[in-house]
Design a protein around this ligand. Structure first.
Ligand code: FAD
Length: 464
């Protein structure tokens, strides 16, 4: 159980460890956000911290703890295995307003954390582009946000967690206690064991509002100049048009944001009301519809430069307003591609990859360009490193998307970069093992009963 020294404590109970094993969920099938690949697995809901050991003791196959399935590819899938879904373990355990340290069960979502924290004048230290991810999932992928260049990854703000292994061992992990397990588990993709709870240091805010500056740019050099000019802004990110060529090549909108310093509203967010209603047909996203959207989006900002006060919801989570928007990509689903290329080759690599993407006519309108900073990640396998990162979506089109993805992955490799496992469904063993030469250390610390479809795929062939 988590320590109970903090100021505010919440009633928590755990069932005794000899409680009956949780029962399998027949439906619905667990999907990752990209809806590719589709793998059959049993889903066991975990509701109590002790459920992990009970579930593992009754298993005859491999298992994987999972959260909301907001990873795009197969780090949260396990073909023909058992997924231990943690979202029933969503209790707050303790909060100390003097330090901002919140302790909670790992299945709590960042949306639930915000509902608790914002009215008390606190915010997440790092947030991804959706709030529907769990605390455990955020640690296991060591996620990053728009403030990476000043705040580092999510794991930089995790003060401790518990790690439970299938052999029944429990370890308290922090930068000082069991630091090897701390490092291997942050960004360890769930493979080192099960995290039942964790503590995270929140940051103070005085308002829900964000002061945002929007600036149009044309090309990678203007993006880099804006990045430099805003090196000290807290949040920076850009939308980039990956379909245009010629004089509109790599045009985009640079967004720099700060938490408002004038006291304002601190109320919880309303529930989203819209759900994407159906599977879009495969042809809905094509180069004409995407190019038209991109032109409209770029010009919606009529002036090249604009200042705005925005609520944090549309600023951080514009896509969360429509639940299940991934249906837009149709039944086949989507592939995400996210690289980071180190500064040495970041400019030429980004230009070359953007040309290749534009030429393909395949990409969607969701493309994000950002500079990562040099705050070291605490995780052994963390993805971010100093340089430029580009994230974009491709609808899966037979015969076209995978060859393009493979070309882009090879280009990333040539420019000395790497891809993000949380967004991946297609990198090869050779690519993964070159991107992450430290992977054998994670392999040695992996729980022998835990694996994932991702891990099986990228370690299938051992590359010397
Ligand atoms: C719209 C959108 C925007 C996004 N934006 C960003 C972004 O800006 N930055 C970014 O970094 N990522 C981003 N992501 C990816 C997302 O943040 C990560 O994939 C995140 O890890 C998903 O959390 P989850 O709870 O859904 O975990 P899942 O996807 O279910 O699982 C992720 C990993 O966590 C492990 N895991 C989960 N719970 C536990 C536990 N209790 N113990 C041990 N291991 C566990 C799983 O085994 C798996 O390896 C985005 C995703 C979407 C859909």
């Amino acid at each position: 159980m988590a320590p109970s020294t903090a100021e505010l404590e919440f009633p928590t109970e755990t069932t005794p460890s000899d409680s009956p094993a949780p029962t399998p969920h027949p439906i619905p099938q667990f999907e990752s956000w990209g809806r590719y690949p589709k793998h059959n697995a049993r889903v066991l809901p975990l509701c109590w911290q002790s459920d992990f050991s009970a579930a593992i003791a009754n298993l005859h196959d491999s298992a994987l703890p999972v959260g909301m399935g907001r990873s795009y590819g197969d780090v949260c899938l396990l073909k023909d295995g058992t997924l231990l879904q943690t979202t029933g373990m969503d209790r707050l355990i303790a909060f100390d307003p003097a330090t901002g340290i919140l302790t909670a069960e790992a299945g709590i979502t960042l949306a639930q954390v915000l509902d608790f924290a914002v009215p008390r004048g606190f915010f997440l230290p790092v947030t991804p582009g959706t709030k529907y991810v769990t605390l455990g999932g955020a640690i296991a992928n060591d996620i990053h946000g728009k403030n990476h260049h000043v705040a580092g990854t999510f794991g930089c703000h995790v003060t401790q967690f518990e790690l439970v292994r299938s052999d029944g061992t429990h370890r308290l992990c922090s930068p000082h206690e069991n630091p090897d397990w701390f490092a291997a588990t942050i960004g360890g993709m769930g493979l080192t064991g099960f995290i039942p709870w964790a503590s995270l240091r929140l940051i103070p805010i005085v308002s829900r509002s964000i002061d945002v500056e929007y600036t149009q740019f044309h090309g990678v050099d203007e993006f880099l100049a804006l990045t430099q000019r805003h090196a000290h802004s807290t949040y920076t990110v850009s939308w980039v048009d990956v379909t245009s060529t010629g004089r509109n090549f790599a045009r985009g909108i640079f967004m720099a944001g700060e938490h408002a310093t004038l006291p304002g509203e601190l109320k919880p967010s309303p529930e989203p009301k819209l759900t994407f209603p159906f599977e879009a047909p495969g042809f809905a996203l094509n180069k004409f519809s995407v190019a038209a959207f991109n032109a409209l989006y770029f010009h919606k900002q009529l002036k090249p430069h604009k200042l705005l006060i925005q609520d944090y919801e549309p600023y951080f989570y514009p896509l969360d307003a429509v639940l299940r928007w991934n249906r837009l990509y149709g039944k086949r689903g989507l592939l995400q591609f996210q690289y980071v290329i180190p500064w040495e080759h970041a400019r030429e690599g980004t230009i070359a990859i953007l040309h290749e993407v534009a030429k393909s006519g395949l990409a969607s309108f969701l493309a994000v360009l950002k500079a990562f900073g040099d705050v070291p990640s605490p995780g052994l396998m963390s993805f971010p490193s100093p340089g430029i990162t580009l994230a974009l979506d491709f609808p899966i089109k037979p015969g076209r998307s995978f060859p393009l993805f493979n070309r882009l992955a090879d280009m990333t490799l040539e420019f000395g970069g790497r891809l993000y496992p949380a967004k991946d469904a297609a990198m090869t063993s050779a690519q993964f093992q070159t991107f992450y030469p430290q992977w054998p250390r994670l392999a040695r610390m992996r729980d022998p009963l835990i694996t994932s479809s991702f891990w099986e795929r990228v370690t299938a062939d051992k590359i010397d």
